[in-house]
Design a protein around this ligand. Structure first.
Ligand SMILES: *Cc1c(COP(=O)(O)O)cnc(C)c1O
Length: 371
């Protein structure tokens, strides 16, 4: 029997970086300093530099990065935030947690990212922010989105949980206030060895507010200017992230190579929709999403051939039980529903060999031939 090809190998990164990660662990253990401090500050400086931004504020995870960015931008009760209809539910939850209303907007079917024209149609007098999600690792059409934000004076708060690319987020445009929320969940392109996240921005005021909000609303110990959260990036994770940031571009390049290989090998596969890298929109290939009308059968077919896959995501947020009280129904967001019914993500990652990718491509081609 063929060896299992996991959807994503999370042991291999540690094996490759064991010496450096172990040294980072020991450095933090022996420092006697376990909340914020030098290690967190060093990572923040290094990640801000990587993004090409003025500020990075390390927080507990991606969801809280989104939530604190919204709070810091002053989004709350009575406000509306434009979100994609097809995203991981975290984007919506952050908006809901701050008391604002989610206004879902359908994506483009070719890139799966927010359709700029539909954003304009969804703007109302209550709209406070647009939250583009760089889904599957591909940058949304930020020039167009930022122009809309400038015209209607909206914040742009990017969900960059799936896009860790040098110099790409936050998108900066004169006259637009923006920030990007990152997740360093272990499976992301830049993954910690536990939960971690960050808010990255060029906005001095927003950065300052997030810094206060992540630490009990306090600038000086026991002086609380606002009712903040406890969402501080763990120094141990910061130390691990510094090691992994050092190899991020090389590992992104490995992902990109696999994506190119799949795009070439699967170009003629009947009935299979391949991801499109839109012009001018960088792609970090966090995932390699394909679509097929008989997606569930394809998944079983690949399961049977020891090939791990995942679906991103099987239930769009508007049909999730968590949002049952919002009164959405099937048919409200047809593109998101279509994607949820047909999408399947093939294995991709810095430790997937081209030989393994070859086995995946062959199995997918065989499936497409027999349907
Ligand atoms: C992973 C992810 C998040 C949440 O990140 P956590 O660190 O798991 O809280 C938010 N949005 C998107 C699009 C994600 O993929």
């Amino acid at each position: 029997m063929a060896e299992m090809i996991p959807f994503l190998d999370l042991k291999a990164p540690y094996a490759e970086l064991k010496e450096q990660l172990d040294a980072a662990y020991r450095r933090v253990m022996e420092s006697g300093w376990y909340i914020l401090g030098e290690e967190v500050e060093a990572f923040e400086a290094e990640f801000a530099e990587f993004c090409g931004a003025r500020h990075c504020v390390g927080v507990g995870n991606g969801l809280e990065a989104l939530q604190l960015a919204l709070m810091a931008a002053g989004v709350g009760e009575g406000d509306e935030v434009i979100v994609p209809s097809n995203t991981y539910i975290a984007s919506w939850l952050a908006v809901t947690y701050v008391g604002a209303r989610v206004v879902p907007v359908e994506p483009r079917m070719d890139t799966y990212n927010l359709d700029a024209q539909r954003i304009v149609d969804a703007v109302t007098a209550r709209t406070k922010a647009i939250m583009p999600v760089h889904l599957y690792g591909q940058r949304a059409e930020m020039e167009k989105i930022a122009k809309i934000a400038r015209e209607y004076q909206l914040w742009v708060l990017e969900d960059s949980a799936q896009m860790h690319l040098r110099g790409q987020a936050p998108f900066w445009m004169k006259g637009v206030r923006s920030a990007a929320a990152y997740s360093f969940y272990p499976g992301k392109n830049l993954g910690a060895l536990g939960d971690a996240g960050a808010v990255v921005t060029n906005d001095d005021e927003l950065a300052d507010r997030v810094r206060v909000l992540r630490n009990y609303g306090s600038r000086r110990k026991y002086e609380n200017e606002v009712r903040g959260h406890n969402s501080r990036l763990d120094p141990l994770q910061a130390a691990f992230l510094r090691v992994k940031l050092g190899v991020l571009e090389e590992w992104n390049a490995r992902r990109s190579k696999i994506a190119d290989y799949y795009l070439y090998e699967l170009a003629d596969a009947e009935g299979l929709a391949l991801p499109k890298a839109a012009a001018g929109c960088a792609h970090g290939w966090h995932l390699f999403p394909v679509r097929h009308a008989r997606r569930d059968e394809l998944k079983r077919w690949l399961d049977g051939r020891q090939i791990g896959t995942l679906i991103h995501y099987p239930i769009p947020p508007h049909l999730s039980e968590a949002y049952a009280d919002h009164g959405f129904k099937r048919g409200d967001f047809r593109i998101a529903e279509e994607i949820a019914q047909t999408e399947i993500s093939l294995p991709i990652g810095p430790h997937l060999s081209l030989e393994e990718a070859g086995r995946v491509a062959e199995a997918v081609r065989d499936f497409c031939l027999t349907r």
